[in-house]
Design a protein around this ligand. Structure first.
Ligand SMILES: NC(=O)c1ccc[n+]([C@@H]2O[C@H](COP(=O)([O-])OP(=O)(O)OC[C@H]3O[C@@H](n4cnc5c(N)ncnc54)[C@H](O)[C@@H]3O)[C@@H](O)[C@H]2O)c1
Length: 537
């Protein structure tokens, strides 16, 4: 329905300057009444991309945000520069001084209000996520829901994050552990989760007592602005200082944030290549970092797997978000006895999916576009490389001829399990399929790539399942049994090993990454005994 409206939408023209300064005609979806949800989110034709306690146009480049399913301009964002970031950081440091003194349950109350406000904007913000990133509407709304859920989680946490008490070897002494906030937490996020990644970080960082400075991906700048507006409105209504600031910008702003000593923890989500530079810089200046980087996730189908479930899991895992999740299934390792039948059934499911290709805002769409032209090129390059290495394209491999950045979901067989193209993360809907002789071989192949984010084993055998999750099993941060490696719930700690960066976000004890641990010995005696019984007189 909305897709029909999209195609029929009247064109609204206005004059803008492009990157070279030439005045050109542009069409803006934000001016079209059929995209009224953009105005509901407070978005205009040109939006300020900087919030340091008040909204302003950044002095950086004006970025045109594109709908990847049609190539049309949604609206513009005036992004920030390093100077704009400097103001955001200064405001964040000052806000932190006040925020850290407030009781944690009070901080939780503010995060509760943020969650409630997000609930009100779930649909329009979810639509914007779908429109600007290119994921289908249920996934766009689901992303906002993740932010709501982590707020609920953080509210509870604000009354629960506790320290330990340990026995002391000295009489009438007690050893305590107390978790204190760090200061300003920097968040740099990737285009594929433009709302939730900020949410996972901000909700937890705030209840622990930190201030947050955010830079989202340049190509999803509207989501950053709309999300930050919802959050900062709540903060302003409570007469609080800017404990959340935004400096939407490009790599120069990101680099500056990473190198600034005021940022005590740098939470970076993005590619391994950029994450490596972030990690090195944070190590150089002894800052903390939380890295959530690329994945190369495998799904193992053991000979005793529940087959229908495995097929459903592979279908969603490989194709969901058009292959643009960090947890997307990129390798299927199938027991040799099941291989031919499984690949044939999966190929059939792929063929049926082509009926469900469409605009992400259309109700019937299951499969949307890639995010931009560069992603299409990366996809084509990977297919070409795979074929040159002897790979057989079982299905897909080409661009889908329609407006926007659509490519066919693709299955490639016949490659060595350790081919260079297989060991690399191509952020596109390509899955490589392999025939394994037994579980030991399958696990060895699962583990042989550099990345270590997510994995799954399908088996009905308890011994195989426990091998998969144990010391001889998957070396990933996420190790699933009989469910897809793609996607995760907020209750557990999210993140991966090796070149995925080692960070953990969301649930379990991930909150500890946002806090500094103070070990405290309290002497409640009238003597002053030294540790280890040392006499010093
Ligand atoms: N592990 C996870 O939780 C997770 C989640 C989502 C995405 N990802 C990964 O992110 C990648 C896709 O996202 P992307 O293309 O936006 O990644 P990217 O690395 O190109 O960009 C990520 C962010 O870093 C910024 N940036 C670029 N250069 C920088 C620099 N030198 N210093 C500081 N910041 C800089 C970008 O502007 C953007 O905001 C994939 O590899 C995917 O697997 C990982």
């Amino acid at each position: 329905m909305i897709g029909t409206l999209l195609r029929r939408a009247p064109k609204v023209h206005c004059l803008v300057r492009n990157a070279t300064g030439t005045r050109t005609m542009a069409t803006y979806l934000v001016d079209d009444a059929k995209y009224g949800f953009l105005k509901d989110l407070g978005l205009q034709r040109v939006n300020g991309g900087v919030y340091d306690g008040r909204w302003s146009a950044g002095a950086g480049r004006k970025i045109q945000s594109i709908d990847p399913a049609s190539g049309r301009v949604i609206a513009e964002v005036a992004t920030g520069t390093e100077q704009d970031l400097d103001r955001c950081l200064a405001a964040g440091v000052a806000a932190y001084e006040q925020w850290r003194t407030m009781p944690a349950p009070y901080r939780g109350e503010i995060v509760r209000q943020i969650g409630d406000e997000l609930r009100k904007y779930r649909e329009p913000l979810g639509k914007l996520v779908a429109l600007e990133m290119g994921k289908i509407l249920p996934e766009g709304v689901g992303e906002v829901q993740e932010f709501v859920d982590i707020c609920d989680y953080a509210v509870g946490l604000s009354r629960m994050f506790g320290g330990a008490i340990f026995p002391s070897e000295r009489p009438q002494h007690t050893i305590l552990e107390k978790w204190n906030p760090l200061g300003v937490v920097g968040v740099i996020s990737a285009f594929n989760f433009p709302c939730a990644v900020f949410g996972w970080n901000a909700a937890i960082a705030l209840v622990v007592g930190n201030a947050v400075v955010w830079k989202g991906a340049p190509t999803t700048s509207l989501v950053s602005v709309a999300t930050a507006k919802i959050v900062t409105d709540v903060i302003e209504r409570n007469n609080l200082p800017p404990i959340v600031t935004l400096c939407q910008g490009e790599a120069d702003v990101g680099k500056r944030m990473v190198s600034d000593e005021r940022v005590k923890l740098m939470s970076f989500t993005g590619s391994t290549a950029v994450g490596r530079t972030v990690g090195v810089e944070m190590q150089r200046r002894f800052g903390r970092c939380l890295l959530e980087l690329g994945g190369n996730n495998a799904l193992i189908i053991n000979e005793d797997a529940p087959l229908q479930m495995a097929l459903d899991a592979a279908f969603f895992g490989c194709i969901g978000t058009a292959g643009q999740r960090c947890t997307t299934t990129r390798r299927l390792i199938i027991h040799e006895q099941l291989y031919a039948d499984f690949v044939q059934k999966l190929t059939k499911r792929y063929a049926n999916l082509l009926q469900r290709v469409g605009h992400p805002l259309e109700q019937a769409t299951l499969y949307g576009p890639l995010h931009n032209q560069q992603a299409v090129q990366n996809y084509l390059d990977a297919v070409k490389e795979a074929v040159a290495l002897g790979g057989k394209v079982e299905c897909g491999g080409k661009i889908i001829e329609r407006p926007g950045f659509f490519v066919e979901p693709t299955i490639i067989s016949n490659l060595p399990h350790d081919a260079p193209v297989v060991k690399r993360e191509t952020f596109a809907p390509i899955v490589y399929v392999f025939k394994a002789k037994d579980l030991n071989e399958a696990i060895a192949w699962n583990n042989e790539v550099d990345q270590g984010l997510s994995s799954a084993l399908f088996t009905n055998n308890v011994q195989s399942a426990f091998q998969g999750i144990g010391e001889n099993g998957s070396d990933c941060g996420i190790v699933n049994i009989n469910t897809s490696p793609s996607g995760a719930e907020i209750g557990g700690a999210f993140g991966g090993e090796k070149h995925t960066g080692g960070g953990r976000e969301s649930g379990s004890d991930s909150w500890k990454q946002y806090a500094r641990r103070s070990t405290i010995t309290v002497n409640h005696s009238t003597e002053l005994p030294l540790a280890q019984g040392i006499q010093f007189e």
